[in-house]
Write a protein that binds this ligand. Structure first.
Ligand code: KG4
Ligand code: ZN
Length: 347
């Protein structure tokens, strides 16, 4: 089964072709970062307009790269939520129009399910059941995964998502949006011994997260440094390093706790923050001691992309799921509401 996937939930237009026999055939991405950078964050109306401009040319591009003609496509999957309403509507409208024109079904995919399944695009795939840590700009969630669509939320952020905290701290340090990769780069030159930032909520039982206190702590540290002089390059690197370490340590502690609680040995991390190399290596080290393993997507499939939507769409459409023309987009959409796939082998 050959599925075209469209991702337009935020500031990236992602398009891909996934074949259930052959795997990922082609994928293309346009990042709107340059459009939003001067505003310090995503401007929803500009995002929607740019998805209108970019989606169809990217569809042509992936078809050409894969040597596929439209008649070969068996279905069109698109991100139906969560995300920006206007941006989602662009993807949904284009996906359904293409599907209708080609005489094939369309299916709305949950963006976080796309992220969660992205490690399945790799050669070495995790086996169900596993615990997933979803860490993006909008979500920080620990989920027990027993199969596609069989999700139980174990814990989540009570305030900012991890990626959002990275972005806000980056802004405090004068770094551009999205800040995660910039913080990670600066942190490499930071002195980890200089500051000791708190690890939020690790001494309380449970699997929820909170990053707003850490954000305030960072702001106060910046203010303290400024009391004596302007913030130097070294100050910024040291603060980036301390902040990143605190977030990573918190995530590691909670992942280990979730695996122990669920008596599982497999962790999946996905979403933009899972591209963070310090997080990956800290999790690998910590889990090796527990006899557990961590799986993650290739860096380009950690952040938003069309491949994860095409993959999730292929699994669900293969099980016979399709949308009717009235299915609305869901800017807010708890993942636990997704229908499970009974008895379907993961390809
Ligand atoms: O999954 P994603 O592309 O979009 C959402 O669904 O939100 O995640 C974007 C988030 C941003 O907050 C960005 O700063 C963060 O992922 N991010 C990172 C890194 N790369 C992206 N955070 C920390 N380290 C990174 N290397
Ligand atoms: Zn995302």
């Amino acid at each position: 089964m050959l599925i075209l996937g469209l991702e337009t939930s935020c500031d990236e237009t992602g398009v891909a072709l996934y074949d259930t026999e052959l795997g990922l055939l082609s994928h293309a991405l346009f990042s709107q970062v340059d459009i939003h950078v001067e505003y310090g964050g995503v401007v929803p109306e500009l995002a929607s307009r740019d998805h209108v401009r970019k989606t169809l040319p990217l569809v042509d591009q992936v078809l050409e790269e894969a040597g596929i003609v439209a008649q070969d496509i068996d279905g069109v999957a698109y991100t139906a939520g969560p995300g920006l309403a206007g941006a989602l509507m662009v993807g949904a409208t284009l996906a359904r129009s293409l599907a209708w024109g080609w005489g094939v079904p369309a299916l709305g995919i949950h963006h976080m399910e796309g992220h969660l399944l992205a490690p399945m695009l790799e050669a070495d795939v995790p086996q169900f059941p596993f615990v997933a840590l979803l860490v993006s700009g909008g979500h920080t969630q620990l989920v027990r995964v027993d199969g596609i669509g069989r999700y139980r939320l174990l814990g989540e952020s009570l305030d900012d998502a991890a990626g959002e905290a990275f972005d806000k701290v980056a802004k405090m340090l004068g770094l551009p949006y999205p800040g995660g990769p910039h913080i990670a780069r600066m942190a490499q030159n930071g002195n980890a011994q200089r500051f000791d930032f708190p690890r939020p909520m690790v001494n309380r039982p449970g699997l929820d997260f909170s990053f707003s206190g850490l954000k305030t702590y960072t702001l106060n540290t910046i203010a303290d440094c400024r009391l004596s002089a302007e913030l130097s390059e070294q100050d910024r690197c040291d603060i980036a390093c301390a902040f990143e370490e605190a977030v990573v340590a918190t995530l590691v502690i909670k992942c280990r706790r979730a695996l122990r609680q669920e008596a599982l040995k497999t962790l999946v991390i996905a979403g933009g923050v899972s591209a963070n190399t310090r997080l990956r290596s800290a999790l690998e080290q910590a889990l090796a001691k527990e006899g557990a393993r961590v799986f993650y997507p290739a860096p380009m499939f950690c952040t938003d992309n069309g491949a994860m939507i095409a993959y999730a769409g292929a699994q669900r459409m293969q099980a016979g799921l399709v949308d009717d023309a009235n299915t609305p987009v869901r800017p807010r959409w708890p993942m636990e509401e997704l229908p499970p796939l009974p008895g379907v082998e993961v390809v």
